[in-house]
Design a protein around this ligand. Structure first.
Ligand code: ZN
Length: 141
């Protein structure tokens, strides 16, 4: 894995969280994006070579809503940048980690993503992300 790509933070209200993080970081977000497949609305801040991703649930039964109900707002996941997500998933599966996805899927911010179960990682949800190819994602590889 290359570096921490971003830290995902679950928030109840993206609008007010945006304002708070803008104040905290002294910069505005560079992007807001809905990820329908995850039922979330996201907002990204660039902090040096890393990012902060704020996540608000679009669906009261979505994973972010469930997380907040259980644990309250806060750090939801840590994402690591990888060069070859499929190879990394295979490596981790062989090491005995439980993956939440069978194959990489399209995430926010033009990334291919996959998640490692928090039970495998001392209670921390880990995201792997790889910059998606500029062309439509090749399928069935
Ligand atoms: Zn993320």
């Amino acid at each position: 894995m290359n570096k921490i790509e971003h830290i995902g933070i679950a928030v109840k209200d993206l609008e007010s969280a945006n304002q708070l993080y803008e104040k905290l970081l002294g910069i505005g977000h560079y992007k807001e994006e809905e990820v329908a497949s995850e039922g979330v609305k996201t907002s990204f801040f660039k902090v040096g070579s890393n990012k902060v991703e704020l996540l608000e649930s679009l669906d009261e039964n979505g994973p972010i809503a469930k997380f907040i109900k259980k644990k309250g707002e806060g750090v939801h996941h840590i994402a690591f940048a990888v060069d070859d997500i499929a190879a990394e998933m295979k490596r981790l599966a062989n090491e005995g980690f439980t993956l939440l996805n069978e194959s990489p899927k399209k995430g926010a911010d033009n990334k291919l993503v996959a998640f490692v179960h928090p039970k495998s990682c001392n209670g921390v949800l880990i995201e792997l992300c790889q910059e998606a190819p500029p062309q439509p994602t090749p399928k069935g590889k």
